[in-house]
Design a binder for this molecule. Structure first.
Ligand code: PLP
Length: 402
């Protein structure tokens, strides 16, 4: 095997997936085009039923993207001005953007070094600080299934119960994973907390061919509110009224999942559940088994009671190593890498003025300097996985010991 064998390796290979699924994707797409039901076509309802059953909740409401999904869910609970929403400092921008965009204040909370997910002790500290200060009402927690690992559901839910906070699971990266409770109950990602959201952005675990998102909840009233907000504040409670379509009872937005995107997701779904989740877990196990013993390198931890959908495979590089150089040498071998995330949310300029100054987020600061995400998708070959491991070790060896 030469060092040039894998010039075409992709960080997340959507082309190979399309080659594998081409017949069913093409068929599903052409059905939509022939039907011309581009908006709210049958496939949208079919997808919502399928996803709700898979996740194990009563309602799935699809929408235009994972960001809208979070905003719609927060709006349905009446969250807005004067409310504090607790958000991990180490996540994608949307998790903090959504509460801020509807007038609430995101309060950034540090994460755990070994899981990259919200730190329960830091969360409780932040809630108490906000409550003591009295300027904002602690209202909700957004817990993120970062990189595909379901967040610490039972611990965080207990804290939310104690302080009467709404728990929103941002499962944009978590779809397909699960969490097993202390009493052995298996709970799918997107079924944790009061309400959950996901994204079908192409590079997410289950991706469509453009933007897409969904909201999941067991609450009939909240579900109906979400549906209404997503379609111009339509009167959903009286949907049988022939004029309901033009009966707008609140200010909402226009956030629908295109029928074409539903068609792509339906065509991908069974292979996603039956094969792709297993394959990404095999890739992760291979990476971890082979990288575990590299000195000062930290591999991600997924506990026994969890299953990750591996949106990303993220390692923490040794503290004194030059991440830029590692990325550059890997890229010279044709191995693409990414850094999620370069900046703590509390340092984003957009939040100056809206963010809260409460807690220090030292772990997030460290992670932003040291994390590195390796190629991760269900179509990596055995040879490619080996090549990534070998070349990462080689680059680290050169960087650390020469
Ligand atoms: C991708 C992502 C979102 C936003 O999803 P979009 O569909 O891109 O709007 C929200 N939260 C997290 C954690 C994400 O990774």
């Amino acid at each position: 095997m030469t060092e040039h064998t894998y010039r075409k390796m992709e960080f997340r290979d959507l082309k190979r997936q399309y080659q594998r699924l081409k017949p069913q994707i093409d068929r599903s797409l052409s059905e939509v085009i022939s039907s011309t039901h581009f908006i709210a076509g049958e496939k949208v309802q079919e997808l919502e039923k399928l996803l709700a059953a898979y996740v194990g909740v009563k309602h799935c409401i699809t929408c235009a993207n994972g960001t809208d999904a979070i905003s719609i869910a927060l709006l349905a609970y009446g969250i807005g001005e004067g409310d504090a929403v607790f958000v991990p400092d180490f996540t994608f921008f949307s998790s903090g953007e959504c509460p801020a965009s509807i007038g609430a204040v995101p309060v950034f909370v540090d994460v755990c070094e070994n899981t990259y997910n919200l730190n329960p002790a830091a969360l409780e500290d932040a809630i108490n600080t906000v409550a003591d200060e009295g300027r904002l009402r602690p209202k909700a927690v957004i817990a993120v299934d970062l990189f595909g690992r379901p967040f610490d559901y039972e611990t965080i839910q207990t804290i939310c119960n104690k302080y009467h906070l709404i728990l929103l699971e941002d499962a944009a990266q978590g779809f397909g994973g699960y969490y097993t409770t202390a009493i052995g109950e298996k709970r799918m990602a997107c079924s944790l907390g009061d309400i959950a959201t996901t994204s079908f952005f192409p590079a997410k675990p289950l991706g469509c061919y453009g933007d897409g998102g969904a909201i999941f909840t067991d609450d009939d009233h909240i579900a109906s509110l979400c549906r209404s907000i997503a379609v111009h504040g339509k009167d959903m409670e009286n949907a049988n009224n022939p004029y309901a379509k033009y009966n707008n009872i609140r200010i909402g937005m226009n956030s629908r999942l295109d029928t074409i995107q539903a068609a792509v997701l339906l065509a991908k779904f069974s292979v996603f559940c039956d094969e792709e989740l297993t394959t990404v877990n095999r890739v992760a196990t291979f990476y971890s088994d082979n990288l575990m013993d590299v000195p000062n390198l930290t591999v991600p931890i997924i506990e026994e009671n969890r299953y990750s959908s591996w949106a990303q495979y993220t390692v923490i590089l040794p503290f004194d190593c030059d991440r830029g150089k590692i990325q550059k040498s890997l890229s010279e071998y044709g191995i693409p890498t990414n850094i999620y995330y370069v900046k703590p949310l509390h340092r984003q300029r957009a939040f100056i003025g809206s963010r809260s100054e409460y807690a220090e987020c030292k772990i997030t600061e460290m992670l932003c300097k040291r994390v590195l995400c390796l190629p991760m998708h269900p179509y990596l070959s055995d040879g490619e996985m080996e090549f990534v491991v070998t070349m990462l070790k080689k680059a680290l060896g050169r960087e650390m010991f020469v």
